[in-house]
Design a protein around this ligand. Structure first.
Ligand code: NDP
Length: 288
């Protein structure tokens, strides 16, 4: 791997190791960590994500409770399931795999999860806490990006950061996290004028758009740090690619994440960490 490559797989493995140690320390004290995962319907991509999350739980010693519901589940039924998981003492984190079937309102489902068990950090209470700079459960992908930056020694304070994309899951929480770490943050999106000029100002670029290789070498300031959140399928080769044209951009960056193997592995690692943190809050370690 090149000297400027940020190795998401290695950093994710490190975080999972740390979580594994914390989970076993909790076990010694008699507390276990449990993640409940709800999957509604039979979307194959969602099934793969859920399977990977369960595998990751197993690898770090987190118990998982799996609830698989048919595609015609009503919103009411799903909300009842969530209410019962909210009430269960042994459940620390609740994750509802998105997207949900059409008859179910995602917002209502997210709002129904107890914010203290909201392992994805999507509940408005956690989003609000993040926005005012208070401790919050933070959406896993942007939290993972911050870990990639800090563990690679990238300084954030005082830097010009441009986040491309303003989704609730990635772009907006990403911007808040960078702001908290004292970057000067610009959020760009589909209506941004002169996007390429905006990106060229950035010391740190986070691309979270979902457009294969839309960012090229001429868009990037020499020496910038480039974090590619995008996961796209290259129509010609069938392979995964990011929003950044890695081959042409990499020689101009001081650090860059590949796709795959960059941000992707961090999302699950941060999910494990969030779950462990929620468990610790619910069962604080006994005073020594
Ligand atoms: P969304 O589709 O929710 O958001 C995409 C954002 O990109 C929107 O804000 C949109 O602007 C903006 N956008 C679209 N086209 C352009 C354009 N031409 N120029 C500038 N901005 C544009 O996607 P997500 O945030 O959920 O995901 C983004 C990417 O990250 C996807 O490829 C997704 O697969 C990937 N992803 C990867 C994860 C990982 O673990 N690595 C986790 C989550 C997502 P507007 O708001 O104006 O429409």
């Amino acid at each position: 791997m090149g000297a400027n490559l940020i190795d998401g797989k290695a950093i994710a493995a490190q975080i999972k190791d740390e979580v594994r140690q914390e989970v076993s320390a909790l076990k010694v004290q008699g507390s276990s960590v449990t993640l409940a995962v709800i999957l509604v319907g039979d979307d194959p991509a969602s099934a793969v994500y859920v399977r990977n999350k369960k595998k990751a739980c197993e690898a770090v010693g987190i118990e998982s409770v799996s609830i698989e519901l048919p595609a015609d589940t009503t919103q009411e039924e799903l909300l009842e399931r969530i209410a019962s998981l909210n009430a269960r003492e042994d459940v620390d984190g609740i994750l509802v795999q998105l997207p949900l079937p059409r008859q179910i309102d995602e917002r209502a489902v997210i709002d129904a999860i107890d914010p203290a068990k909201d392992v994805d950090g999507f509940h408005p209470v956690n989003v609000g806490l993040l926005a005012i700079g208070e401790p919050a459960v933070v959406s896993c992908t942007p939290a993972g990006v911050i870990e990639l930056l800090t563990r690679s020694g990238v300084e954030i304070e005082g830097k010009e950061a441009v986040v491309i994309g303003r989704s609730n899951i990635v772009g907006k929480p990403m911007a808040h996290l960078l702001l908290q770490r004292h970057a000067t943050v610009t959020i760009a999106h589909s209506r941004t004028k002169n996007l390429r000029e905006v990106i060229r100002r950035a010391d740190i670029v986070v691309a979270a758009v979902g457009k294969p290789r839309m960012i090229g070498a001429s868009d990037i300031k020499e020496g910038a740090v480039v974090i590619d959140v995008g996961i796209n399928r290259d129509m010609e080769t069938g392979k995964l690619c990011g929003d950044v044209d890695f081959d042409s951009v990499a020689p101009h960056c001081s650090a860059i994440t590949p796709v795959p193997g960059g941000v992707g592995p961090m999302t699950i690692a941060m999910l494990m960490r969030n779950c462990c943190e929620l468990a610790k809050k619910r069962n604080p370690p006994a005073e020594k």
